[in-house]
Design a protein around this ligand. Structure first.
Ligand code: PMV
Length: 326
């Protein structure tokens, strides 16, 4: 009744931004991502009949009531599948700084799903694990398979799942995260997601996102870096156009975000090929091929306002391990 899972976070190249069903977390469009090797969550789950409430610890501290409720709700989905009501102890550890532009809910809910189902004695297919993880946090479904992953949007619970496009060894892209802001963002992705339909441009973005999924999927399979890079930048900007034109508007960027966007474009004219993508926050993910990583890290680190540069390569999928956290 005890299992531990290590899962990585992921960076979306086509973003999940807007839902057709809030409860089931069914997205308006499919998305594509890469797991990021340097950002892992390790989670141990043990079901025990003695405690009368779920106990949840992250980085050695008990979570607040609202966060525990979200975890308990996810454990309820697992308990329902397993057909028992035992409460659980959950201990979780992130190896990356919180609030550094890395989606911690992706690795957290992927790890919780895989450890929780194993601790409950369930044997689910990878597809079913992604469907379950998605209900805890949308982006988490993409952290279950390894490497480069597509989330098929689907219109029902069973049809909205993630699957691998290519394994991590397929293409050694580096995701260099330029950290420009470490405090928690003022507007959560859940709040932003809820506002998309207030933007007059949302329908156009959803249509374009469907197209981008196909372009980026093909470019990953062909390792066509230029097509891939130009398309991920367009898609990232579209998310922020929707955010900025939502009512009320959301501005995730800081002045340093824009400075990095401009610098990356400038470096390309000098023959240093790198591309940016930005989630719902101010930090910038700069994607480069392995041979250019070192030079781009140095340039980013030298910029005013860049506090740190976190390096990532394509990461593994969510995996069970033998060492438990308690
Ligand atoms: O899964 P959530 O609710 O944390 O949403 C993540 C949304 C983005 O990171 C902005 C985009 C994405 O697809 O990861």
């Amino acid at each position: 009744m005890k299992a531990t899972c290590v899962a990585t976070s992921n960076i979306a190249f086509v973003k999940y931004w807007g839902r057709i069903d809030d409860k089931l977390r069914l997205p308006m469009n499919g998305s594509v991502s890469m797991n990021i090797s340097g950002a892992t969550t390790t989670t141990t789950v043990e079901f025990d009949s003695s405690p009368d409430a779920d106990v949840v610890e992250l980085q050695g501290k008990t979570l607040d009531e609202q966060q525990i409720q979200r975890v308990s709700k996810h454990l309820d989905r697992i308990r329902q599948l397993a057909g028992f009501t035992s409460r659980a102890k959950v201990v979780s550890h992130n190896n990356f700084p919180m609030g550094a532009g890395i989606a911690s809910s992706a690795s957290a809910f992927a790890a919780l799903t895989v450890a929780g189902t194993a601790a409950a004695g369930l044997e689910l297919s990878e597809r079913d694990l992604t469907i379950l993880a998605r209900q805890g946090s949308g982006s988490a479904c993409r952290s279950v398979p390894a490497g480069f992953v597509q989330w098929h949007y689907g219109e029902t619970n069973e049809d909205s799942f993630a699957e691998q496009i290519a394994p991590p060894e397929h293409w050694n892209l580096h995701d260099l995260i330029a950290v420009v802001q470490t405090e928690h963002k003022a507007v959560s992705s859940a709040q932003g997601n809820a506002l998309v339909s207030t933007s007059p441009f949302n329908e156009v973005r959803v249509r374009e996102a469907h197209r981008s999924v196909e372009v980026i999927r093909r470019a990953i399979l062909d390792k066509d870096f230029t097509t891939f890079g130009e398309e991920i930048e367009r898609e990232a900007i579209r998310l922020h156009v929707i955010a900025m034109t939502s009512r009320p508007p959301i501005f995730y960027w800081s002045p340093v975000t824009l400075a990095i966007i401009q610098a990356v474009s400038q470096w390309r004219t000098e023959g240093l090929e790198s591309y940016y993508t930005i989630d719902a926050g101010a930090n910038v993910h700069v994607i480069v091929q392995a041979q250019d990583a070192e030079r781009v890290v140095q340039r980013l680190a030298a910029m005013d306002g860049v506090q740190d540069v976190l390096r990532n390569q394509p990461g593994q999928g969510a995996q069970l391990v033998n060492e438990h956290l308690f």
